[in-house]
Design a protein around this ligand. Structure first.
Ligand code: KIV
Ligand code: ZN
Length: 385
């Protein structure tokens, strides 16, 4: 079974989330956890962007041994030189250099012709290759670029020594069908594409980053990029934990594996949330507080009879201790009785019924009934008898 390489950019694109600013120690702590998670590659930062980022990337490159560490650079020799200084002590020095290829970016932002974009990319990839073993070249805004222009420039940067070709959906504009088609076209029209890793990098502006990444996998990419909890510029990046779980749970369909230790997912998510201050929505897939919580009576009854009726991922698989039957207004008698017994009470059916009625009345005024509420209900019941 083919393994997909996972490239984490929580410390670079993720840190570009408005309001997020990690210090050196926090970045190192996240880097160590990404290594424990089994990440193949981590982008530790953008060394030329600030002295602080340079120091963080250097420290991470010197500390992390089991994950390949990379840093971002613009197509400037000075950026590449600074990145080399930060990354040269890494086990496997790796550079990520990017230049935009879409008409809108070339004309309105770069003020460069397509020929100049090719020339600069080739020149900078060759320059980087004199120092770095691995050079990833990204066509920024690839999903809004002309396909034949992409084929031309990719051929040239591979000849210049690029080892990874990344085609980002920079503004989260593409659809799964379109994004998949782009990779298929590149695979079919770039003769040397098998010499390099082909990579997807998606943003979530239309809520399709994970679906687009999966479409890219179905169309021949060997690497996916994203962040933990999907944090990142604007609406964020593709959520790596969601892609990993989709590949695991629907392996029958996708037939691709990962090198991740999935049991480290929850711990990684909690750490990133705590240090970035970006709260994970309760209903977020895989890592949200409610991802393994069941509230309705029908669901709770099903889960108590056979957990697979309503759970496709086991909580333990991603490092969550257990599922959670939340007692609320939709809960039924079966879950209520189970909870009462878990709390150590042995009540007759009649008493359970009485307590259940009191509990139901309480749910009209409270969204969630806590253990303390239940304790009060059960104690009152015992005192009354
Ligand atoms: O989204 C993007 O295009 C990027 C590039 C720097 C790779 O983050
Ligand atoms: Zn990005």
């Amino acid at each position: 079974m083919a393994q997909i390489k996972f490239f984490d950019t929580t410390l670079r694109d993720g840190e570009q989330s408005p309001g997020v600013n990690l210090n050196q120690l926090e970045k190192l702590e996240i880097a160590k956890q990404l290594e424990r998670l089994g990440m193949d590659i981590m982008e530790a930062g953008f060394p030329a962007s600030s002295k602080g980022d340079f120091e963080s990337v250097r420290q991470i490159a010197r500390t992390i041994k089991d994950t390949s560490v990379t840093g971002l650079a613009r197509t400037f020799k000075s950026d590449i030189d600074i990145a080399w200084d930060a990354l040269k002590d890494a086990e496997e020095p790796r550079l990520h250099v990017f230049l935009a290829t879409s008409p809108i970016h070339m004309t309105r932002k770069l003020m460069k012709t397509p020929e100049e974009v090719i020339e600069t990319s080739v020149e900078m990839v060759s320059y980087a290759k004199k120092k770095f073993t691995h050079v990833e070249w990204s066509a920024e805004d690839a999903s809004r670029s002309d396909l034949d222009f992409l084929v031309t420039i990719i051929n040239k940067v591979i000849d210049a020594g690029a080892t990874v070709i990344n085609l980002p959906d920079t503004v989260g504009y593409t659809t799964p069908e379109e994004y998949g088609r782009m990779f298929r076209y590149v695979r079919e029209n770039v003769p040397n594409i098998d010499r390099v890793d082909l990579s997807a990098h998606c943003h979530d502006d239309l809520g399709m980053a994970v679906a687009n990444s999966i479409a890219a996998i179905e169309n021949g990419v060997t690497q996916v990029e994203g962040t933990i909890n999907g944090i990142g510029e604007r609406a964020g990046n593709a959520s790596l934990e969601e892609i990993a779980l989709a590949l695991k749970i629907r392996n029958d369909h996708y037939q691709h594996g990962t090198n991740l230790d999935l049991k480290e997912i929850k711990r990684t998510s909690d750490l990133v949330s705590k240090l970035t201050g970006m709260v994970v929505p309760a209903n977020k897939a895989v890592v949200g507080r409610n991802a393994f919580a069941h509230e309705s009576g029908i669901h709770q009854d099903g889960v108590l009879k056979d957990v697979t009726t309503y759970e496709i991922i086991t909580p333990e698989m991603v490092g969550v201790k257990s599922n959670n039957l939340v007692l609320g207004k939709h809960s039924g008698r079966h879950a209520f009785k189970d909870k009462v017994e878990q709390m150590g009470y042995k009540l007759s059916e009649e008493k359970i019924m009485e307590a259940f009625k009191t509990f139901k009345a309480l749910t009209d005024s409270k969204k969630e009934v806590t253990d303390d509420d239940l304790f009060t209900i059960l104690t009152d019941l015992q005192t009354d008898s």
